[in-house]
Design a protein around this ligand. Sequence first.
Ligand SMILES: Nc1nc2c(c(=O)[nH]1)N[C@H]1C(S)=C(S)[C@@H](COP(=O)(O)O)O[C@H]1N2
Ligand SMILES: [Mo]
Length: 410
Amino acid sequence: MTHKRRNFLKKLIGTSTMTVLGTEIVFANNMPKGYTPVILNSLEENPLDTLKKNKEMTILSDRPWNIEAPAHLLDDEVTPLNKMFVRNNGNPPENIDVKTWTLTIEGESAKTKKTFTLEQLKKQFKQYTYQIQLECGGNGRSGFVPQASGNQWSEGAINCAEWTGVRLKDVLNSVGIKDDAVYIGYFGKDTHLSGDPKKVTISRGVPIKKALEDESLLAWAVNGQEIPLMHGYPLRLILGGWPASVSGKWLEKIVVRNKVHDGEKMDGTHYRVPLYPIEPGGKAPDSDYRIIESMPVKSVITYPKTGAMVDDGKTISLRGHAWAGDLEVSQMEISIDFGATWQKVSLQKPKNRLAWQHWSTDIKFPRKGYYEVWAKATDAKGISQPMVIPAWNPAGYLNNSCHRIAVKVV
Ligand SMILES: Nc1nc2c(c(=O)[nH]1)N[C@H]1C(S)=C(S)[C@@H](COP(=O)(O)O)O[C@H]1N2
Ligand SMILES: [Mo]
């Protein structure tokens, strides 16, 4: 229900003998002034419906929108649009006209400056589709003690959808990159929460080497549809395996830099972690931080849902996904005895580089009682997920500890 309509109803309730609800409010005279009958609250629109998101998604904040998926919603091999997490730093642009939307490539290390319409991008360059995993650098932040500042994501700021667009390298090469290029940076059309048009919400980037990878895309479609507004319509950068903050939404400009891009949220504790372990709640001098690049190995259990009740003696299937930043996942294990023993489970190859990998197994629990299923992935370099929360850092990045679910055998 719109605010207008709700206010209209409120007014009616205040002034008339109540027939708006199809019945009389018997004790209407006793209602405090300005009181909204509960029934009207329940008629209010669910913002998840308006945003075309699954009703089980969790809203972390509504200004800006930050929404995540509970782990069991991530069960699909290719994440559907309605289960993709949303991470906005500002407000999405309004009144977008795809026909006049342009992308400009410039910067001190670009040989020229060129501007493309979406039509030109689509016509002039070969199109590719890749399934790419995007994980917010702060996914899992809620696990840190003491609490680290930022959105308190649990496991669901990750997805792996199929993005279609042109290769960033094809476009950059058509503009020309100077020999001294080291980094690219993006600018999007979203607006700052303060309303100040001069303020940039976020402008991050990656080393030129990452930008020139085959899977680095300028995308206008996801899962065969136009990108939803919340996810960067009509054009976004896709740089898989790195904190998703480098995958700029509502993309209008890319700069080729002769130094590390110095855009908004490239400094301080933004997407940066201390070079060495610090005590929980501690600090490190600004010079002792590094920019997060490839994300660490991680996995999620998507079936069953935590809290599942299983009949004694019954075999059930367990499944989920695993990913490891720029690397492949080489092994997946689960434990049902709090990590005392681990069993290898079957793990598929990724659909393409930078896509997550599906794992599954069948399992029978030995007898009635409470169990936890823990899942642990190991990357191609032999590095595994930690069982406990890894290095605390001020902004709560890179919590890749094992996902755990509760199962009761009855
Ligand atoms: N222009 C712009 N791009 C952006 C952001 C943003 O706020 N503005 N958020 C970034 C962050 S922090 C993340 S995790 C991803 C989230 O992408 P999604 O909302 O499509 O899941 O977009 C990134 N790209
Ligand atoms: Mo993020």
